[in-house]
Design a protein. Structure first.
Length: 87
């Protein structure tokens, strides 16, 4: 079921949005707290400047990504990949 939403600010709390689809949506500066995105798929997504804290990223796969400036625990990912011979 498609529910058209006009532009604006929304708050969803204690909601189950399982198998929802977001296309051509701007969620810039959105806050996600205590959210389950397990098994979700992301394509053509801009995460520039995003911050992640207390995140379970086990079994996450990242491909075809611009990793310039990305840090994990303060370490540049591009440097880690160079050390591992991946870049």
């Amino acid at each position: 079921m498609t529910t058209p939403l006009p532009s604006g600010q929304y708050s969803a709390q204690n909601a189950a949005l399982t198998e929802s689809t977001f296309r051509d949506v701007c969620l810039s500066k959105a806050v996600f707290d205590d959210v389950n995105l397990g098994a979700s798929q992301f394509h053509n997504v801009n995460l520039a400047g995003a911050r992640f804290d207390d995140v379970n990223m086990s079994d996450v796969e990242i491909s075809n990504a611009n990793l310039d400036g990305m840090r994990i625990n303060g370490l540049l990912v591009t440097e880690l990949l160079k050390l591992h011979g991946q870049r």
